[in-house]
Design a binder for this molecule. Structure first.
Ligand code: P1T
Length: 386
């Protein structure tokens, strides 16, 4: 039986938790159990696996590994980050209220505002870095504080320990989206969060080749989520679970390199004439740099910046890079650039979550940093319309 290796170091857990050699052949990597069903020895008896929506050994290995990385009792894997979030919202009932950070992935906002609100959930958005605004925003029916930190795309930092305390005093729970930081840099459950959600599509998978999601939490909540996983059915296939598990093995070394490269790039942009503002929690003048230094071990690979000359200049820069591919998503080994207002966050246009139209977001990859700097330097020449 695979064990979770909770006492081992982070990188050891990433490589070994849930991943003992396969008992029949000794294969050192978890097999892709590409099957929809499992033969049963007798009616009403089974091996622990019956039908692959309910459970699949490759998925179990991924869930065991993710739980070990986040320090959770259990993780439940889903077909995408949004499917994972959908399950978390489905734990609530009509009339329940969610107090959401005012800077979250556009799709998260779209899901609660356009899907779950129709079925009776209530939502409002406030700046969760302003604890007075949080207190004022809490309602008797508030069940979740929903925090994303660092946030997408403005790289705001939220104080998870303070938010957990506020939530718990109010009888609510703190949900933390740990997609940007990953457990290699930040452990929300240890800071008091009750549920951690992930788009494993991003750093956990790490190679831009798979879409997935997960929730890491206590055993009782995970049991309810596993019920939904089976009852609703948004499960990752075995190959997707395997790709994510393979990516997670190198999470720690990748996050180190992402952080080192992003730090260099943020400092370069901060000095550049065509850039009016840089958001990177590792910069000493980031408004929450001290909090980020306490809460995270490094500052991650995401950098956002505003371009002098407005939306047209920003578009020209985004279309001029060679190594930074113009694409949505983030967290892969290759660098990406995008325009949040028109791309990833188009669904929040006209709401309190709208982002500036001269903003660009970088997912800094693990290429040779001098090449990335040269690519950006060249693209920024286009900001002035040459
Ligand atoms: O794309 P999906 O795996 O469904 O995950 C949704 C999601 C959840 N949380 C955060 C913080 C995210 O960034 C995302 C997805 N984000 C992008 C696709 C993006 O480019 O920002």
């Amino acid at each position: 039986m695979s064990h979770d290796r909770h006492d081992d170091g982070f990188a050891t857990r990433a490589i070994h938790a849930g991943q003992d050699p396969e008992p029949v052949t000794g294969a050192v990597t978890v097999p892709i159990f590409q099957t929809s069903t499992f033969a049963q020895p007798r009616v009403g008896e089974h091996t622990g696996y019956e039908y692959a929506r309910t459970g699949n050994p490759t998925r179990t290995a991924l869930e065991t590994c993710l739980a070990a990385l986040e320090g959770a009792e259990r993780a439940v894997a889903f077909a995408s980050g949004l499917a994972a979030e959908d399950a978390v919202f489905r734990l609530l009932s009509p009339g329940d209220h969610v107090l959401m950070a005012d800077d979250v992935y556009g799709g998260t906002w779209r899901q609660i505002a356009k899907v779950h609100q129709r079925f009776g959930l209530e939502v409002s958005a406030v700046d969760l870095s302003d604890l007075d605004a949080v207190r004022a925003g809490l309602r008797p029916t508030t069940r979740y504080l929903w925090a994303e930190t660092p946030s997408n795309p403005l790289l705001k930092i939220l104080d998870l320990a303070a938010l957990a305390e506020l939530a718990h005093d109010h009888g609510a729970r703190l949900v933390a989206d740990n997609t940007f930081a990953t457990p290699a840099l930040q452990l929300p459950l240890a800071l008091g969060a009750d549920l951690v959600v992930h788009s494993t599509t991003k750093y956990l998978g790490g190679h831009s080749d798979v879409v997935g999601g997960a929730v890491c939490t206590d055993a009782a909540t995970a049991e309810e989520l596993a019920f939904l996983q089976n009852a609703v059915g948004a499960v990752p296939g075995p190959f997707d679970a395997w790709l994510t598990l393979r990516g997670a093995k190198t999470l720690e070394v990748r996050m180190e390199r992402h952080s080192t490269n992003a730090d260099r790039i943020a400092r370069f942009l901060a000095e550049h004439d065509a850039v009016t503002e840089v958001a990177y929690p590792g910069l000493p003048d980031h408004p929450s740099h001290d909090l980020a230094s306490r809460q995270m071990s490094r500052f991650g690979g995401m950098v956002s910046f505003r371009v002098a000359g407005g939306v047209d200049a920003a578009k020209r820069v985004a279309e001029a890079t060679r190594l930074f591919f113009l694409a949505e998503s983030l967290g892969g080994v290759e660098s990406l650039i995008e325009h949040p207002g028109i791309m990833t966050h188009a669904s929040v246009a006209g709401t309190a979550l709208e982002v500036p139209d001269d903003l660009l977001r970088l997912s800094v990859g693990i290429e040779t940093v001098d090449d990335l700097l040269a690519d950006l330097a060249h693209a920024l020449e286009r900001a002035e319309g040459q």
